[in-house]
Design a protein around this ligand. Structure first.
Ligand SMILES: [Zn+2]
Length: 258
């Protein structure tokens, strides 16, 4: 793991500088197991991920069983909802996590450090709940906007979760540690499959639709940038810096089935 991390750092240092403009970024820290962090206050207290029940989410049509990072779970025929999200987004890890596909009919993945498709596998892991939820919401988006470009998906978590900081390129992520966070790039008006370079390139109608869908489908938080003009219910949709090219979606330990 240390060797791999060093290799990533070495090969991404130069690129990280070039990518600084749309570097991975995070909402402010809210809480950890050892107590509140300096930026506490944005995230309300909720049930522990380790004790909360998990509500089953049906797999969308045509979704293959994702690849799991834990060899322990291989061989089972149960397709989803065996992952564990442990700890907090800012100090956590996962077990039995799965990888989002590199691309699909509704989305492409984007590597924010190398600035290309697809994102690397070891930046695409999350809980099965997150991966299934994401694919389900995007399937609905595609059905309602059949001519819209595919949605760009950035970083989720590392395999097994844990720290995803600057050792992995750019500024890194303070959160994205327990498999419940994902960065999603706003659709571009010119339909190009890459992040917008500036807010005026954002298709606000489609972007607001995405925000609304995530809120309505039970996302815990959606963080959007101050120059995007995007909005939503206070508390659930929060405006923070460094999110003018992507929104940051966080699901709770439980997501409604609808
Ligand atoms: Zn993020």
């Amino acid at each position: 793991m240390v060797v791999a991390a060093v290799a990533v750092v070495l090969c991404s240092v130069g690129l990280a500088i070039a990518a600084a403009r749309d570097r991975p970024s995070d909402p402010p820290a809210s809480a950890s197991r050892s107590g509140p962090l300096p930026d506490a206050g944005t995230e309300p207290a909720g049930p522990s991920a380790e004790t909360a029940p998990v509500v089953e989410v049906p797999s969308p049509p045509g979704t293959d069983e994702p690849e799991r990072s834990s060899s322990r779970s291989k061989g089972s025929s149960t397709p989803v909802l065996r992952s564990r999200s442990i700890g907090e987004p800012f100090a956590g890890r996962t077990e039995g996590d799965v990888a989002l596909r590199p691309q699909g009919a509704t989305f492409f993945s984007w590597d924010p450090i190398q600035r290309r498709q697809p994102n690397r596998l070891d930046r695409r892991y999350g809980t099965d709940l997150l991966v299934v939820y994401l694919e389900r919401v995007l399937a609905g988006y595609k059905a309602d906007h059949p001519r819209a470009p595919r949605v760009g998906i950035g970083d989720l978590s590392r395999p097994g979760g844990g720290p995803f900081g600057s050792d992995f390129g750019g500024l890194g992520h303070a959160s994205h540690q327990n498999g419940r966070d994902v960065d999603i790039y706003y659709p571009r008006r010119d339909r190009r499959e890459q992040p917008p370079d500036s807010p005026d390139q954002i298709d606000r109608r489609l972007s607001q639709d995405l925000v609304d869908r995530f809120v309505e489908s039970g996302a815990q938080f959606v963080f959007v940038g101050p120059r995007t003009g995007l909005r939503g219910p206070r508390g659930r949709v929060q405006v923070i810096a460094l999110h003018d090219d992507h929104l940051h979606l966080r699901i709770g330990p439980v997501v409604p089935t609808r």
